[in-house]
Design a protein around this ligand. Structure first.
Ligand code: URA
Length: 435
């Protein structure tokens, strides 16, 4: 078999056999197929799509590219959550400590920034010293000691996703239902969990914009999890505007800590509580989702969730003083304001553009080798439905280099749609799949 023939086959709308997919994934993981051929195959796949059989084969090939771990030495249920990604989506930093404080174990394998979205690993690495590249032995130890451990794909666990994810980030090949399903499920099924909660984003800041496509992706992932004997549910949630008020790595660590302290933006608090409730329920810690919600509130109010995050940061080598002293996080030197030019109501945002603007300012990668600037960020002052006056600040930009500031500012400015009529409110949680 030759990679070049498989690229041509997909380019010409062919359907791959399981053997062909195994050849591509194992060859790329071992370094025998170069980035340029994988990039071409990804783009052909993005354009032509994958059948259900191809998606199943790809997910399994990527899952078995590394070890499928289990934790027989750790008693009790292991649960996790994964989001398809959005702007300001930082719930992993909030849920893991809540659910671990509730007595379950959260062995979380996350990703870096992808396309216009920020990644959990990059956010955690804003905390000085935080190590997201634990060895498997340390992953087990930290999980056993504090109930949560957050790492990235490694050479041992989901190595195919580690490489393909980084390539998709910089080749515009993210927004494809089959590639997203394989990427997410290959990591999640490798991490030894009993149950999984999926947060599938829909709207202008999501990879899958239309709600019906998001439902299709959710169904695919829930079915994949169930086929492998895991409990799973997916929440289809709104990404027509950023989640919370802050985007950018240091900023999102701060906003997560605020929620763990019982403060923070209402939408972020609500979604975090709902996702935690489902995790606690699927992990059989509570008898219902309602009870899960109450327990999550209790763990926040008592400070147990915050304490759990403090311990988790320290165990992964991070400077846990960050919990009480945000000044140890990298900060941007400058700020600029984006103001409204008209009056009315904020009717809609082109949310993806906020993520792109943030990436242009240094908060994302354009090439695989690029370093993230964790100090850059955006603060959103208005939510959809809010009244806006001409001259009012819509967004504060925190930046270091002004090389692309003008272009980023223009993108942000043009992403707001302000109308004379107040829009109908939109639900944060649109639907449930697999409940
Ligand atoms: N999250 C992932 O892990 N992979 C994707 O492809 C998209 C979101």
């Amino acid at each position: 078999m030759r990679a070049v023939d498989l690229i041509r086959k997909k380019r010409d709308s062919g359907e791959h056999s399981r053997d062909e997919i195994n050849f591509l994934i194992s060859g790329y993981t071992r370094g025998e197929i170069p980035d340029y051929q994988m990039s071409a195959w990804l783009m052909a796949t993005w354009i032509r799509g994958l059948s259900r059989a191809e998606i199943a084969a790809l997910t399994e090939a990527m899952l078995h590219s590394g070890e499928v771990v289990s934790f027989p030495e750790i008693a009790g249920k292991k649960v996790d959550k994964h989001s398809t990604g959005g702007v300001g989506d930082k719930t992993s930093l909030i849920l893991a400590p809540i659910v671990a404080a509730g007595g379950l174990h959260v062995p979380m394998i996350s990703g870096r920034g992808l396309g216009h979205t920020g990644g959990t690993l990059d956010k955690l690495e804003a905390i000085p010293g935080f190590n997201t590249a634990l060895t498997l032995a340390d992953f087990r130890r930290v999980l056993g000691e504090c109930g949560m451990a957050l790492i990235g794909q490694t050479a041992e666990i989901a190595p195919a996703d580690k490489k393909i994810y980084a390539l998709r980030d910089v080749t515009s090949t993210v927004e494809n239902v089959g590639l997203i399903c394989a990427s997410i499920m290959s990591k999640k099924l490798a991490e030894g969990i009993d149950a999984l909660v999926l947060d599938v984003k829909t709207g202008s800041g999501a990879f899958i914009e239309k709600e019906e496509d998001a439902v299709r992706l959710a169904e695919l992932m829930v079915e994949t999890a169930q086929r492998m004997g895991k409990k799973a549910v997916a929440l289809i949630t709104d990404m027509d505007q950023p989640l919370g008020r802050l985007a950018g790595h240091s900023h999102e660590v701060i906003e997560s800590l605020e929620v763990l302290k019982g403060r923070g933006a209402a939408d972020l608090r609500d979604l975090s509580s709902e996702l935690s409730a489902w995790m606690l329920y699927l992990g059989e810690r509570t008898k219902s989702v309602d009870e899960g919600r109450e327990l999550a509130q209790k763990l926040l109010a008592s400070g147990e969730a915050l304490e759990k995050f403090h311990r988790g940061i320290a165990l992964q080598g991070g400077d846990a003083r960050v919990v009480y002293d945000y000044s140890i996080l990298p900060q941007a030197k400058n700020r600029a304001e984006v103001k409204s030019t008209t009056s009315g109501f904020l009717a809609a945002t082109n949310c993806m553009e906020f993520g792109v603007a943030l990436a242009m300012l240094g908060g994302g990668r354009e090439k695989k080798e690029d370093k993230i600037d964790p100090g850059v960020g955006l603060e959103f002052h208005k939510r959809i439905g809010d009244r806006v006056s001409a001259g009012e600040t819509l967004v504060t930009i925190f930046y270091n280099s002004d090389t692309k500031l003008a272009e980023a500012t223009q993108r942000i400015q043009e992403s707001f749609s302000i109308t004379s009529q107040r829009p109908e409110p939109k639900k944060l949680i649109r639907r449930l799949v697999g409940a």
